[in-house]
Design a protein around this ligand. Structure first.
Ligand SMILES: Nc1nc2c(ncn2[C@@H]2O[C@H](COP(=O)(O)OP(=O)(O)OP(=O)(O)O)[C@@H](O)[C@H]2O)c(=O)[nH]1
Ligand SMILES: [Mg+2]
Length: 163
């Protein structure tokens, strides 16, 4: 039976969500490509990735919304989450920490922009996030690394379904 899995990439403005998704699926579309851009809200990016005849991934990159009520609607039905932080912007980590605490689906954290000269260290990020979720150092332009991270999340999702 054919199955669609929905995965979210959630993080603050400009942390690299779209770059990450386009490294995984170069044909990923921004919402303005669909004609629905609201410049006050920022864009979303969507990609569909076919694993095989039975499994399709729908990946949606979205900014952390201001309202928790909106967030719960967006997150509903997601099989897993990639929480992305900008390693150069500690002011955005708090919001993400709050999200991580309130999520039950399989999830990982991506510490993006680790290649950037102003990136904080993984030690500092791990200490601040204080979570048992895996935290991956990342450069969203590195397609091989991005693929490995998405596949690791997929394995977590499959383990979760089997459990
Ligand atoms: N150095 C570095 N720059 C990055 C990385 N990922 C993204 N960027 C840059 O950060 C900026 C924002 O990247 P986007 O992918 O548009 O970020 P976004 O999270 O989709 O942003 P919004 O959709 O506007 O919320 C761009 O200038 C990217 O080139 C990274 O891993 N390292
Ligand atoms: Mg984007």
């Amino acid at each position: 039976m054919r199955q669609n899995l929905r995965i979210s990439i959630i993080g603050p403005k400009a942390c690299g969500k779209s770059t990450f998704l386009k490294s995984f699926v170069p044909t990923a579309l921004d919402t303005d490509d669909y004609g629905t851009l609201n410049p006050n809200r920022g864009s979303m990016t969507h990609a569909r990735y076919t694993i095989d005849d039975d499994l399709i991934l729908d990946i949606l990159a979205i900014r952390v919304p201001e309202k928790d009520s909106l967030l719960s609607i967006i997150l509903e039905g997601m099989a897993g989450h990639i929480f992305m932080l900008d390693s150069t912007m500690p002011e955005g980590w708090f919001d993400l920490k709050r999200l991580v605490k309130n999520t039950n689906a399989p999830a990982i954290i991506v510490a993006n922009k680790q290649d950037h000269p102003l990136a904080h260290s993984m030690t500092a990020i791990r200490s601040e996030m204080a979570t048992t979720l895996p935290i991956y150092p990342c450069d969203a332009t590195d397609a091989e690394l991005v693929k490995k991270i998405v596949l690791d999340l997929l394995y977590l999702i499959i383990d979760d379904v089997d459990a």
